[in-house]
Structures are given as C-alpha cells and as structure tokens.
Write a protein of this length. Structure first.
Ligand SMILES: Nc1nc2c(ncn2[C@@H]2O[C@H](COP(=O)(O)OP(=O)(O)OP(=O)(O)O)[C@@H](O)[C@H]2O)c(=O)[nH]1
Ligand SMILES: [Mg+2]
Length: 338
C-alpha cells in the first residue's frame, strides 16, 4: 500500500451499516475509513461515528490491550515490530497497532518513520497499523484512540498495541485504556532512576531494558538489577501482580517471546482473581468520563458568547486582575444561562 498523503481528502462517507459490515468482515480499508470517521471533528460526522461505534460495541472487549511507552528512541516501534511479527508468524495471531503522539505537531514525519521501522508488520496480512491522529490536544487524541481501538477489536484483532512517547501525561491516558502497561528503558547512568517519574514506574506492569545487545548487555543487566530493587520498594498492587523487570533486544528479537509470556501470565492471574473484569469496567467508565468532558468542552467552544468572554477574561487572568477560579465559574454560569 502506498503511504497515504498527509493532506486530508474528503472521501465520501459510507452508511453506518456499511461501516459495520465492513469492519465485522475484516475489511481493512473500511476499518481505516471508519477510524478516519471517528477522528473527524465535523459535527455531521459525530453522530454517524457514534452509530458505528454503538453497533460495534457488542463485538469489542475480546482483545489483549497492551500499552507500550518509553522515551523517544528507546525502541518502541522496533519492539512492536519484533513482538508483532512474533505474534503473527510464530503464534499465528493478529495485531493492531495504534499510537498516541499528541506532543508532536510533526507527527506526519514520525508516521513515515514508524512505517519503515515496522516494515514487516506494515505489510503483514495479520497486522493493521494506524498512525496517530496528529491534530488536537491529548483529550481529543485519547478519545479517538480509544474509539479506534474498539473498532479494531470489532474487526477481530486479537492483540492491540498502543504506543506512546513517555514524556508526559499521555502514559496515564494509555494506562487507563489498556490491560498491561510495558515501559521500555535504556541502561543509563543510573541518574535516570532518580529522575524517572515515580508515577510512571508505579503504573508499570513490566519494565524492559531494551538494546541489551553487543557492548550494552552488561550495563543492561546492571540496570535491570537496579530497577528490580527500586520497584521492590513499592507497595504491593491491589490486583496481586508484582511488576517485573527484564532485558530485551528489539533489534535481535531477544527476550520478546518471554515478554509475551509475561503478558499472558498477567492476564491469566487477573482473570483468575477477578481483577480483569474490574479493569475492563474501569476502562469503560473512564471512556465515559472522557467522552463527557470532551463533549462539554466542544459545546463550550462552539458557544460564541462564552468564547468572546473567554478571550477577554484571558487578558484579565494573565494580568492578575481576575482569579482563574472566578473566571472559570463566571464562564460556566454564562454557558448555563444560554
Ligand atoms: N542496538 C539496538 N538498537 C535498537 C534496538 N531497538 C531499537 N533500536 C534502534 O533505536 C532507534 C530508535 O528506535 P525506534 O524503534 O524508532 O524507537 P521509538 O521508541 O519508537 O522512537 P519514537 O517513536 O521516535 O519515540 C532506531 O535506530 C533503532 O534501530 C535494540 O534492541 N538494540
Ligand atoms: Mg516509534
């Protein structure tokens, strides 16, 4: 398939039933078009998108949802290529890959980068790769990723990988929509252990020190040891899973099968102790909360009076003449009075 142009082409929409039938039938081009539909901000598309998602919902929930994070360049895409092809070729399962990259206005570039870094997966019949929606703030991107994920599930993909750059809030968002959270790290100077946001480590199910190859192997083993000690100090998680630390080489495809077995083991544990159902409930509730906040924000943005007042108030707040809290309350009151 030729890389698609980044200029949005307005293609004709299908009817809701056509999207649903295509998705259920595993038609990748219809799936891709349905994802474009849920990514659309056009009010006329929003209702159609909801209709498609509602119809797909009964077919969702059966995949393994895995979040993969780590700093730029740690090897997330290479790892997904290695694990993805392991699943499609050795295990014989299907894989869909989505990414969240809200920070980068240039993600048009990284899309092409990802396609080349996932060369084998990109041309694999059992895989579907969807670049991140490049526009919009995290809330919007998160909503669209969640919905894209459900569409992929309805299309029958057994494993879903969501890649996110580990530099901000996006990990929390990805954590809230996945079952298993994998953090890729590099063996560094050790300073990063201190600098590492504890919050990210605490929500991680598995830390994998990547690029454990060549001269780097020993350092990777040492880093593994350090992280094991650091994570051991965390209070035990309520779900009964003890986070682990391992090493891998996405380049040489070492350790990838072991990591997959860990993901399966985690799933089996959570299913046997009842936490898996709770996890999925939490994901659904979080989706609702996000959709509600997002919808409200959109409504507020569409209100001209509120927007004019908002523009004026920004100046007042910036100059310190008005408290941010008062400004927000006044805007809400104005919105309610409409
Ligand atoms: N030696 C070695 N190099 C690796 C390994 N995994 C990835 N790389 C290299 O590291 C570079 C970055 O890899 P990517 O897979 O693009 O990393 P990424 O985390 O997806 O990067 P962003 O998407 O930009 O955040 C590439 O040049 C890879 O070839 C590994 O296990 N060993
Ligand atoms: Mg990448």
């Amino acid at each position: 398939m030729a890389p698609s142009s980044s200029t949005p082409r307005r293609r004709q929409r299908l009817a809701a039933a056509e999207y649903v039938a295509g998705i259920r039938g595993g038609d990748r081009s219809v799936l891709a078009r349905a994802i474009t539909l849920v990514e659309s901000e056009l009010p006329s598309d929003v209702d159609l998108a909801s209709e498609v998602i509602d119809a797909c919902l009964p077919d969702t929930g059966r995949s393994r949802r895995v979040g993969i994070t780590g700093v730029p360049g740690v090897g997330k895409s290479s790892f997904i290529e290695a694990l993805g092809t392991y699943l499609t070729r050795t295990v014989g399962e299907t894989v869909a890959v989505l990414s969240i990259d809200p920070s980068s206005p240039l993600s048009g570039g990284s899309i092409l980068g990802d396609k080349t870094r996932m060369e084998q997966l990109a041309t694999d019949d059992r895989a579907f790769i969807r670049p991140s929606p490049s526009r919009g703030h995290l809330g919007g991107v998160a909503r669209r990723t969640r919905e894209a994920m459900l569409l992929c599930e309805a299309a029958g993909y057994q494993n879903l990988f969501i890649e996110t750059v580990g530099v901000g809030q996006s990990e929390t968002t990805v954590r809230s929509m996945t079952d298993f959270f994998l953090l890729l790290m590099l063996a560094g100077s050790g300073d990063e252990l201190q600098g590492m946001k504890r919050g990210i480590l605490e929500m991680t199910d598995l830390v994998a020190i990547n690029k454990a190859d060549g001269d780097n192997r020993t350092r990777a083993e040492r880093a593994r040891h350090d992280y094991e000690i650091a994570m051991h100090l965390f209070p035990a998680a309520a779900d009964g899973w003890n986070p682990r630390v391992t090493t891998c080489s996405a380049l040489n495809r070492d350790g990838v099968a072991d990591i997959w077995n860990t993901i399966l083991e985690h799933r089996a544990l959570l299913e046997s102790n009842g936490w898996f159902a709770r996890l999925r409930e939490q994901q659904a509730l979080e989706w609702m909360r996000e959709a509600l906040l997002y919808g409200l924000e959109q409504e507020i943005r569409r209100d001209d009076e509120v927007n004019d007042r908002l523009a004026a108030m920004r100046e007042e707040v910036r100059a310190g003449r008005l408290s941010p809290f008062r400004a927000a309350n006044e805007l809400l009151a104005l919105f309610r009075r409409r």
